[in-house]
Design a protein around this ligand. Structure first.
Ligand code: 5GP
Length: 261
């Protein structure tokens, strides 16, 4: 498959055209940003780990019937994905209160929610991805009621699956962000899961120690982001247990064949 011109560059990824108009290549960068782009850095190896972790999660979700944009991983930093029209909403799923909700509502960090809470944010960096109500989605026609009903059902299944997957490897899934896109399948409009699912887009705490294994290590200047992401990848069986953990050899680690595929 031929890599064509750059179509879009985001904060953590670049999208390239391919010779197939329905497919694009998603490249995972090492750039990290937080607080609406106010904090920026480059963390060597982050893109490699997110590519592998996201591939693992999306291919597992595909196996339980959650249609998503992943076609295949090409190499250390690239995946072939289906070209979709992204719904301009960030769907935030919370199992435990942390991050923006605790500041917004004065809730204690780590409060376990009785049921998963789904929040909607408008995907607009210039506005700082503001929280919106479901009614705003219909008022401004960002998505239809039918689409949101489908998305909500998918979100609950994705959340159940991911809670179980992470629980099995000693990790608590605190919250995460999902994006969905529109696609024509056999002439019908479908909504499928898009974007990445990785420690950049989830809060992941060690089940016993509550150690943060996600992008909060960057947001809160906790350091050791690569060892934390590597730990997630190892526990998920993507990297060998005995692999050395350091930013410099992440590139080598990434070529280690998957154990469980
Ligand atoms: P919060 O609203 O607490 O900042 O984020 C909730 C969850 O969604 C966290 O797991 C966070 O990583 C993810 N999230 C929310 N917005 C974004 C975003 O714009 N980019 C990324 N990578 N993750 C986000």
């Amino acid at each position: 498959m031929k890599k064509g011109k750059k179509l879009y560059e985001g904060k953590a990824k670049i999208i390239y055209a391919t010779s197939d108009k329905n497919l694009v290549i998603q490249y995972f960068k090492d750039d990290a940003t937080a607080f609406n782009n106010q904090k920026k850095s480059t963390i060597e190896g982050k893109g490699v780990l997110n590519n592998r972790i996201s591939e693992h999660i999306l291919s597992n979700l595909s196996q339980i019937g959650i249609k998503n944009h992943l076609v295949k991983r090409l190499n250390m930093r690239e995946q072939v994905i289906k070209l979709v029209e992204i719904i301009p909403i960030e769907f935030i799923v919370r199992n435990v209160a942390s991050g923006s909700i605790i500041k917004r509502l004065g809730i204690e960090d780590g409060t376990v929610l009785k049921e998963p809470l789904v929040e909607y944010c408008l995907k607009d960096d210039a506005l700082g991805d503001p929280l919106i109500a479901e009614e705003h989605i219909y008022a401004f026609e960002w998505a239809s009621k039918k689409e949101i009903e489908k998305v909500k059902k998918m979100i609950l299944r994705i959340n159940d699956f991911m809670i179980g997957m992470f629980r099995g490897v000693g990790i608590k899934l605190i919250d995460f962000k999902l994006e969905f896109g529109r696609l024509k399948i056999n002439g019908n409009d479908e909504v499928i899961l898009a974007d990445e699912i990785s420690p950049d887009t989830c809060r992941l705490w060690d089940s016993i120690t509550d150690k943060k294994l996600d992008k909060d290590r960057f947001r809160k200047n906790l350091g050791d982001l690569i060892p934390a992401y590597t730990e997630v990848a190892k526990r998920l069986g993507i990297l060998h247990e005995q692999s050395n953990v350091s930013a410099v050899n992440v590139t080598k680690l990434s070529s280690v064949k998957k154990k469980h595929k």
